[in-house]
Design a protein. Sequence first.
Length: 254
Amino acid sequence: MTNTLDSLLSMTRALGEPALDYVIIGEGNTSMRIDDESFYVKASGHQMRNISEAGFVAVRLAPMLAMLDDPPHTLSEQKRITASAVLPSNFSGDGPSPSIEVSFHAMLLRECDVAFIGHTHPTAINQILCSEQAADFAFKRRFPDEVVLCGPRSALVPYADPGLPLAILMRERARAYMEEFGEAPKLILLENHGLIALGDSPAEILNITAMAVKAARIHLGALLTGKPTYLPDEEAQHIYRRPDEVYRRNLFAE
């Protein structure tokens, strides 16, 4: 599989559009698998709304994945391994450094077998993830199109220190989701942090993110008018597997 940087560039700028309120300033990061051995990830300190090709770094998967199985004892050793994983064409010692979240991007691209990842911090989402409503929002679904695009449930990850600690905990939760549902999650929610959309095209990432934000707004509105009501779990599973909804989901991802 080979993807061009242009597709990642346009997706990242779209997620960074100020009017959407998904990220501000240097928030958020994105990634894209290049091939079975490497991937692009947003560099640290670049804004998504106006990012250029210089805002991405190509990184080898293997060294990043090895750190999850054998975490370095010091932050300096972790940084050394990460720097050594950056492909030489993108790094000359004083070039851009990968996002601090590079390890979870590597893990999700491999473990979940997806091509694109979009990590953002939408205000509507974080209003819930920074509250006691986080689990209800993650584990329940409110309306059919939320199920179609975001899956029958989201994986929920408790707050962890950004970087390798978060990646290790996220791997545990992603694997548990895949064990239960037989496929990777479409949406991962991080308590007190933000969301991660996983997919095989930029369109899929944008659609999942937009629908998750709509679901958050509906959830918040339902709380204002009373207690939210949810689709039964078996109904969410039925909707997600319906052939006509699978067909629509595939069309939306193109």
